[in-house]
Design a protein around this ligand. Structure first.
Ligand SMILES: [Mg+2]
Length: 307
């Protein structure tokens, strides 16, 4: 049985992180976002992990922590209830050292329901709606909201998307001012829909990106909105180094997290869209777990952090 490290063992620089060369984004493929999972219209906005984020404000107090654990919820932290509870128990004694962030495609309200239903730990931050909103203690981060509002014309984009009847709007609770969400059946006749929609957006001069994940969810978001950019915004604010930042995910909308200056664990039950990305772009900073869901997270924490 793996022993739970005491808090003093987790204080930097005593952390025994793996010393990996860090080549990921700067290996000449920083803009090589996988198609068709992640499209951006050509408006010249830098959405790379090195783009300029808003200067973190003083809206919220910053609690200094040494580690950053960012995890997707559905089929990553959540999916195996027993494993989730084991991870909870292991995190509890060192909770003050680890900043916990949930990064999900769910809305704020839906996430709160899941946290209660599955008895998840209360996160320090919540990245909701595929990076379109950041919350701390139930309050939205206004700097992030303002940042995403630049060059974002939700009404015009929604109007354009109506030309595609195969796009079925998701429920109102999954929509927010910076996210328009649809369901798209992955049929042969719908296979060109994403490309056609992207072409229409570009031709209309509308800055937006399309993220398709879980073979079903199609989100239209501001170009700068994704889980990865949101986590880097928080990582910079918290001043937590790359080797102490671990992201965990299972699907296409997690890819942007793995593209950041971080360590990453892909759980064993990951969907083919993420596994294909890993085959093409994975580096030694990306760990393919042999275990599913929360057990995979623990495996990744042991791999990178000896936790
Ligand atoms: Mg997921």
């Amino acid at each position: 049985m793996i022993s739970i490290p005491v808090a003093s063992e987790l204080i930097l620089p005593e952390i025994r992180t793996r010393q990996c060369r860090f080549p990921t984004i700067n290996d000449g493929r920083e803009t090589a976002l996988p198609s068709p999972l992640y499209h951006s219209s050509a408006t010249g906005i830098d959405i790379s992990p090195h783009s300029q984020f808003p200067i973190p404000n003083s809206q919220f107090p910053i609690n200094k922590m040494n580690f950053l654990l960012v995890t997707d919820l559905d089929n990553t932290l959540v999916g195996d209830d027993k494993a989730t509870q084991v991870l909870n128990q292991r995190l509890q004694p060192v909770r003050s050292q680890i900043c916990l962030i949930y990064a999900t495609g769910r809305s704020h309200a839906s996430t709160r329901e899941l946290i209660a239903q599955k008895q998840l730990l209360t996160p320090d931050y919540l990245i909701a709606g595929v990076g379109s909103e950041i919350y701390q203690d139930g309050s939205i981060d206004l700097d992030w909201a303002q940042y995403l509002s630049q060059d974002w014309d939700k009404m015009a984009i929604a109007s354009l998307a109506q030309q595609f009847p195969q796009l079925k709007p998701q429920s109102l609770k999954e929509q927010n001012p910076w996210k328009i969400s649809y369901c798209l059946e992955p049929t042969l006749e719908n296979s060109s829909t994403i490309q056609a929609l992207q072409q229409q957006l570009t031709a209309s001069g509308l800055a937006a990106q399309i993220i398709f994940s879980s073979n079903r969810d199609l989100d239209i978001l501001p170009q700068t909105s994704n889980k990865g950019n949101a986590l880097t915004y928080l990582q910079k604010r918290l001043q937590i180094p790359s080797e102490a930042t671990l992201v965990c995910g299972d699907s296409g909308n997690d890819i942007s997290m793995f593209q950041q200056d971080v360590r990453g664990v892909i759980v064993a039950n990951a969907l083919s869209e993420l596994l294909e990305w890993h085959r093409e772009y994975g580096t030694e900073n990306h760990y393919l777990a042999g275990s599913a869901c929360a057990s995979g997270i623990m495996e990744g924490m042991a791999y990178f952090w000896d936790f």
